[in-house]
Design a protein around this ligand. Sequence first.
Ligand SMILES: [Zn+2]
Length: 116
Amino acid sequence: MGECINRHELIAAIVDTPSEAADKIAVTDIGTRAILAMRQNEIISIINKMPAEDVEPVKHGKWDGEGDGYADGKIILDVWYCSECGHCIDDGTDNRKMLPKYCSNCGAKMDEETEE
Ligand SMILES: [Zn+2]
């Protein structure tokens, strides 16, 4: 899977980053400086022509625990629901550290605070 880069931020970075190559060219060497500027414009043009991919924003969620039994006065959460789609994990355990990092149903990244 490829990585995604923000086109506008990339172009801004190219334009805003001082050129080490340009520093090596004498200020009076206008021809070489012009070629360097043309090359930069060509690169920006190539970037602008690259097709864009629609990137779905990462959905964030958490596992909401549910339980009906108690141990030492504390409720045992052993059924977990995805906060985004309601997908249920019912493995009968109260080990929240074993819960998946992503919902297998909707793909939400489960990095929000899990309910205690
Ligand atoms: Zn889900």
